[in-house]
Design a binder for this molecule. Structure first.
Ligand SMILES: [Zn+2]
Length: 397
């Protein structure tokens, strides 16, 4: 917070600390009732009510009446006019961008395919241009954009802003991505791995709501996982936690992009699926395979189920270590629903401690293809410094 100018220990510094706690909780939850806010911050409802009133008068917060279990309540969120943030997702094949107001409501979205083995400089140039166009299209001024969260399909060391394993997203290695992107767009930029950000968004807005221990499982052009343990994201020492795509599932199998043999990603990826079906089904794209399987094609259903079984073996290992309550399955293959989920559950149950599976839920992502980019929006909302230093100028205190 940039507002802490008061003497430590003084009455006004306590009030500023309480104000910061309230604003941080609202940034985290998006919109929250005053009673929930008391639970989240540990402050009394009277203190909350006073501070919320002051921050509404200062234009930092806004309130709206809502109904909770039949009762009327006041819902508090950040005021829309405070500004906007953008979320960007660079995946293996797609660039996805969302623009959101400070209450977390998405006001614009865009996506475009990226060429195979796209490069960091062209990717960032493209994203910067698109974001500027989107801000303009919603009638915003450039200064209203406060920051950008970036999700990338590779393990990231968030301390350096660089990918922590080379060769996985070729053309993006050895670059301090936030610094380089920030230089292009003139705004603060924060970065994390896309599966990590997807479990954040699923927990906040999607299928993992209410879970303190959950896994987001990406299955599509490769396989990856984001882990939430005790309500916190697990990144590991250098951002490599959750890279289940590189668990060995085939002894002496094919050589992987990481240099090892028989990794899960060598048997579960879009290229393998397409190749497996070429002789019988011709040249299908991944989305065609899923559409045909959903329409009842036996061959397409079979290759998807085979993939899910491999993923289930790796998932069991993950569950034995982390003991999650819910696994949220996303990515392109996640869209196949029960065609993937059913064999995944069976294979995972077979390979894990049986008591795990009496309580574990394996469900489809409710945010779908937007899970990662929505997580990038959440990252920006959590990280942004709000322009509330002007409070004193407004004579609120
Ligand atoms: Zn590998």
């Amino acid at each position: 917070m940039s507002v802490d100018r008061a003497t430590p220990g003084s009455q006004s510094s306590l009030r500023e600390a309480n104000r910061a706690r309230i604003v941080d909780a609202i940034k985290h939850f998006g919109a929250i009732t005053q009673v929930e806010l008391a639970g989240a911050t540990g402050l009394s409802t009277a203190t909350i009510s006073t501070i919320v009133k002051e921050l509404v008068a200062a234009g930092v917060l806004m309130t709206a009446p809502v109904s909770r279990s039949g009762r009327r309540a006041q819902q508090v969120s950040l005021a829309r006019q405070l500004g906007m943030v953008a979320g960007v997702h660079f995946s293996q094949r797609m660039l996805r961008i969302e623009l959101a107001d400070m209450a977390g409501t998405v006001v614009a979205e865009q996506h475009m395919p990226l060429p195979h083995e796209h490069r960091v400089d062209t990717g960032m140039d493209r994203a910067a241009r698109l974001i500027q166009d989107m801000v303009e299209a919603v009638g915003g001024r450039p200064e209203e954009l406060l920051g950008i969260g970036v999700a990338v399909s590779a393990p990231v060391d968030v301390r350096t802003g660089m990918l922590s394993a080379s060769g996985i997203l070729r053309g993006w290695d050895e670059v301090d991505i936030p610094t380089s992107f920030s230089r292009r767009i003139g705004k603060p930029v924060w970065i994390d791995n896309d599966a990590n950000l997807a479990i954040v968004s699923e927990q906040r807005y999607g299928a993992a709501q209410g879970c303190n221990a959950a896994v987001f499982l990406y299955v599509g052009h490769g396989v990856g996982a984001g882990l939430l343990v005790d309500g916190r994201l697990v990144r590991g020492q250098s951002g490599m936690a959750g890279e289940i795509g590189h668990i060995r599932v085939v002894e002496n199998g094919r050589v992987c992009t990481c240099g090892n043999r028989g990794c899960l990603e060598t048997v579960v990826n879009s290229t393998v699926l397409v190749e497996t079906l070429r002789a019988t089904h011709g040249n299908l794209a991944l989305r065609d395979i899923i559409a045909k399987a959903l329409a009842g094609d036996v061959g397409c259903t079979r290759v998807l189920a085979d993939s899910a079984e491999y993923v289930g073996v790796a998932l069991a290992a993950l569950c034995n270590v982390f003991n999650p309550q819910r696994v949220v399955v996303g990515g392109e293959l996640g869209a196949a629903g029960e065609i993937i989920l059913a064999p995944l559950r069976t294979a995972a149950a077979r390979a894990s401690l049986s008591s795990q599976f009496t309580t574990l839920e394996v469900v489809q992502s409710s945010l779908g293809a937007a899970a990662e980019v929505r997580g990038a929006v959440a990252l920006a909302l959590d990280s942004v410094t709000l322009p509330i230093g002007t409070l004193e100028a407004a004579h609120v205190y």
